[in-house]
Design a protein around this ligand. Structure first.
Ligand code: BEZ
Ligand code: FE2
Length: 404
């Protein structure tokens, strides 16, 4: 047993002062330090430095580790030129992305307090790194392929990858999951089979959805910038799916939709009615010029996530939350800071169906300790000071073990 004490603890009912948490791999009790100390006299005591706030470990629901080598290869500014540059540079970028490089990015997430991440994997290359990473990983096996002719081959490869992630050592804390690349890039044959697999094995399911205006135009009318793209790379002029068909494929199983920057209010409300959620990636959206997701009107839960270094400059969840403060510059800043922290803790845990993300009895003992530069003058501002002053967290625990 261990007992950790901090000036403040972030709990589902707000920040609580001068309390401690007793934990092993899960949280056993929350209460005054003296009481826990007398109840568990053999426990290891962990006293955090002054002005520390104990948070549940942060959760980054959507990242692509395999693009960790990108620095200047991919073209930022607008979606279609970016996607074109991904096609041109993908093999080089993925090819030169070593395990050491990906592990360093896992460690950079850890330094920002991320104890769980959702890794989208196109090829399965990251599995070894994810098994060795200190964090919990929801391993999203991604399915991509719009050409019907290759569907069987692609599906066979996908099933193999799902199987590999299902048979990881329990110690590695890998949770297998399924990702559909996007409505324009996945043939409905594959889409329905993949949703079926997720349902059958109760796996978390995710999909990029309506990220750009170009995607919308292509899916609605077979027009726009995607037309030349599909002519060039696939010698086709017709989309394999449309918005309605894609949405309805998920009607009976909740999914985590990534971006949705070009989804209409009606579509977003429909997603909400079916119990879906959204991954909101503010820096990726800005760098690819796809506009702002109006998080203030969403009726469904959302997480803030970094996406990969294919459309970002770091995998720090604090860099991402600070970016969100600026992207959503018309929202009241204190309330936004509170909502952002909720989006990467309890909401993200619910989205990934994990028993963490909250400091509450029975939850997994994943923590990040944030140390503020001085005692907060007003308690109602702790969330904002946390976002503004945290470049790196002070320490991190996963399943009760100190990992940073
Ligand atoms: C495909 O594999 O069919 C595909 C990949 C990226 C964009 C569009 C289609
Ligand atoms: Fe993504």
């Amino acid at each position: 047993m261990k007992i950790i004490y901090a000036d403040y603890i972030y709990t589902p009912s707000g920040y609580i002062r001068k309390q401690a948490v007793a934990f092993s791999d899960t949280i056993k009790e929350i209460g005054p330090f003296e009481i826990l100390e007398s109840k568990y006299p053999d426990a290891q005591m962990i006293q955090t430095v002054p002005h520390s706030v104990l948070y549940p470990g942060f959760i980054n629901t959507h990242v692509h580790l395999e693009f960790s080598a990108n620095k200047t290869s991919l073209k930022y500014g607008s979606f279609m030129p970016w996607l074109d540059s991904v096609i041109v540079h993908r093999d080089d970028l993925v090819g030169c992305c070593t395990n050491a490089m990906m592990m360093e990015e896992c460690r950079s997430m850890l330094r920002s307090g991320v104890t769980t991440f959702g890794a989208v994997s196109s090829f399965g290359n990251e599995l070894e790194v994810c098994e060795k990473a200190p964090q919990r990983v929801v391993f999203f096996n991604e399915l991509i392929g719009s050409v019907a002719q290759y569907a069987d081959m692609l599906y066979g490869d996908f099933v193999e990858r799902v199987r590999a992630s299902l048979s990881c050592d329990k110690e590695a804390r890998i949770t297998p999951a399924v990702a559909i690349h996007a409505p324009y890039s996945v043939h409905p044959l594959l889409l329905h089979k993949a949703v079926g697999i997720a349902k059958q094995h109760k796996l978390v399911l995710s999909a990029h959805f309506l990220e750009s205006q170009a995607e919308r135009e292509w899916l609605e009318h077979g027009e726009g910038e995607f037309r030349a793209f599909f002519k060039k790379y696939f010698n086709t002029q017709t989309p394999v799916s449309n918005i309605q068909e894609f949405i309805h494929a998920f009607d009976t199983y909740p999914a985590h939709f990534v971006h949705c920057t070009h989804a209409s209010k009606e579509e977003l409300n429909y997603l909400a009615s079916k119990g879906h959620s959204i991954a909101h990636c503010p820096r990726s959206n800005r760098y690819l010029g796809v506009g702002r997701l109006a998080i203030e009107t969403l009726k469904l839960p959302f997480s803030v996530a970094t996406d990969g270094l294919s459309s970002n400059d770091s995998l720090s969840i604090f860099d991402e939350m600070r970016a969100a403060l600026f992207l959503h510059n018309e929202l009241p800043i204190q309330e936004l800071a509170i909502a952002l922290l909720k989006s990467v803790t309890s909401d993200a845990a619910d989205i990934l169906k994990l028993n963490n993300g909250r400091i509450a009895v029975g939850k997994m003992a994943d923590f990040s300790v944030v140390t503020l530069p001085e005692s907060p003058r007003r308690e109602e501002e702790i969330a904002l000071w946390t976002l503004l002053h945290t470049k790196e967290v002070s320490s991190v625990f996963v399943a009760g073990q100190k990992v940073y």
